[in-house]
Design a protein around this ligand. Structure first.
Ligand code: BGC
Length: 445
């Protein structure tokens, strides 16, 4: 197979993704600022601190230099509502200017920016007002959207509205892992509806101000299948899958939230997605279990034989990415960006395999006619991993949280080779993950 190459389409967007709160540091105005300071919320009591110092120290510059030198053509970042509107109706123009400089910084380095308006974090006042629990959030989120778009629209065409609405809603209102830390299923359904309304208002505001914008919604998508070919396992797997993975894209397709307790109309959300953002990390198999009513009677496990990351949170299951892409193509029929895909592996012994085996599935999907426009690896650099803080490392670059020194992992070099070659060569596979060589290029004509 020497000389073989899995080539990607011309113009394919290779890059990485990040989120404001996880990399900026020094945020004093958000709900996460308070959350981090509550005892027991964050593993080992760790803090985001200076994070990767993209704010005060502007160290985004050196990280964007690295990304550009590695051949990346894009970066997905998020702007923080809590910095832009720290108090209701008070707009921090310096913060907007900071983001403008970062985005121009990407363009100057030849990288296309993708900008997310909301990535889990809220201004403190939004959470204090419980604004996501009522339709009051909609005009607030629209006003914020309009401020951001008017400041950045000359430099940004690809927008994400609300990152992973399913995770934001479930962690905040069902699992109690993110602020506001509630465990109220009924309220969560109301929040889901308000998220969809806010998303729809945001989608329309962006198009109103920038008709050629491309606006999408990234969903944390997890294929969940039956552990055994039994009706009850299948039932529990389907319920979990629909509740977690498809409820938001399905509502945008149909204008209805089809939840476990029936269906609710959200007509304004229908058709408000120009492309689908697939955040894929892992998959599950489910066994029916009467002892788990809170998990829709399904006991979850990773697919047998799948390699599990060091925190035991994600398993490497590339077939799940293939399945997710196929689901999106069949069900939504929209262009797809893989807006996140990655593996928490501090030692970087498994990540090269993870990257190569997942990208192979992307290549196969494109060969079969799928419309995938880009791949954003999570993440460029180790960053503040929410409730797991610094204990779970996703960076192509490792970072020492004391000195802030960045060091390329082997995976950074691997990904750079792929970006620069616009594909995966047999030589690359044999150097970074020789164990994958057998059969890796078998579909290559
Ligand atoms: C989130 C990221 C997070 C990543 C890794 C995604 O669900 O969008 O913010 O860091 O998962 O767990």
């Amino acid at each position: 197979m020497a000389g073989s190459m899995l080539s990607f389409p011309r113009g394919f967007l290779w890059g990485t993704a990040s989120a404001g709160y996880q990399v900026e540091g020094g945020n004093t105005t958000s709900d996460w600022t308070d959350w981090e300071n509550e005892p027991g919320r964050i593993e080992a009591g760790q803090k985001s601190g200076r994070a990767c110092d993209w704010w005060a120290g502007e160290r985004w510059k050196e990280d964007f230099d690295k990304a550009a030198a590695d051949g990346h053509r894009t970066h997905r970042l998020s702007v923080e509502w809590s910095r832009i509107e720290p108090e209701p109706g008070t707009w921090d123009m310096d913060a907007l200017d900071h983001y403008r400089r970062m985005i121009v910084g990407l363009r100057d380095r030849g990288m296309e920016p993708m900008v997310t308006l909301h990535h889990f974090v809220n201004p403190r006042w939004v959470t204090e007002r419980q604004a996501w629990e009522s339709p009051a959030i909609v005009p607030l989120f629209e006003a914020y959207t309009r401020k951001v778009v008017s400041a950045l629209k000359d430099h940004v065409t690809i927008w994400c509205t609300i990152n992973e609405p399913n995770v934001f809603m479930l962690q905040g209102w069902v699992g109690g892992i993110f602020p506001p830390g509630k465990k109220k299923l009924g309220l969560a359904m109301e929040v889901a509806r308000n998220i969809l309304r806010a998303h729809a208002a945001c989608y329309r505001a962006i198009h109103d101000m920038q008709p050629d914008a491309q606006v999408g919604l990234p969903v944390h998508f997890r294929p969940i299948t039956a552990a055994r070919p039994r009706a009850l396992d299948r039932w529990a797997a389907r319920k979990q899958f629909e509740t977690f993975s498809t409820v938001f894209p399905d509502a945008i397709r149909t204008g209805r939230i089809r939840g476990i307790f029936g269906s609710t109309a959200v007509p304004e959300a229908k058709g408000t997605m120009d492309w689908f953002g697939l955040n894929y990390y892992t998959a599950d198999v489910v066994t029916f279990d009467l002892r788990k009513p809170g998990e829709l009677f399904g006991s979850r496990a990773f697919p047998p034989g799948a390699e599990v990351d060091e925190a035991g949170v994600y398993a490497s299951y590339p077939q799940g990415l293939a399945w997710s892409l196929e689901w999106a193509r069949r069900t939504l029929g929209l262009p797809i960006y893989i807006t996140e895909n990655g593996f928490g592996d501090n030692a970087d012994t498994m990540r090269p395999r993870y990257i190569l085996s997942h990208l192979r599935e992307v290549w196969r999907h494109i060969q079969a006619g799928g419309d995938v426009r880009g791949y954003y690896h999570w993440s460029l650099i180790d960053n503040f991993e929410w409730e797991r803080a610094w204990t779970h490392r996703f960076g192509l670059y490792a970072m020492d949280i004391e000195s802030l020194v960045r060091t390329p992992r082997k995976s950074a070099r691997l990904f750079a080779e792929i970006c620069k070659a616009d594909g995966i060569s047999a030589e690359t596979v044999s150097r970074y993950a020789p164990e994958l060589m057998e059969g890796f290029f078998e579909d290559k004509a």
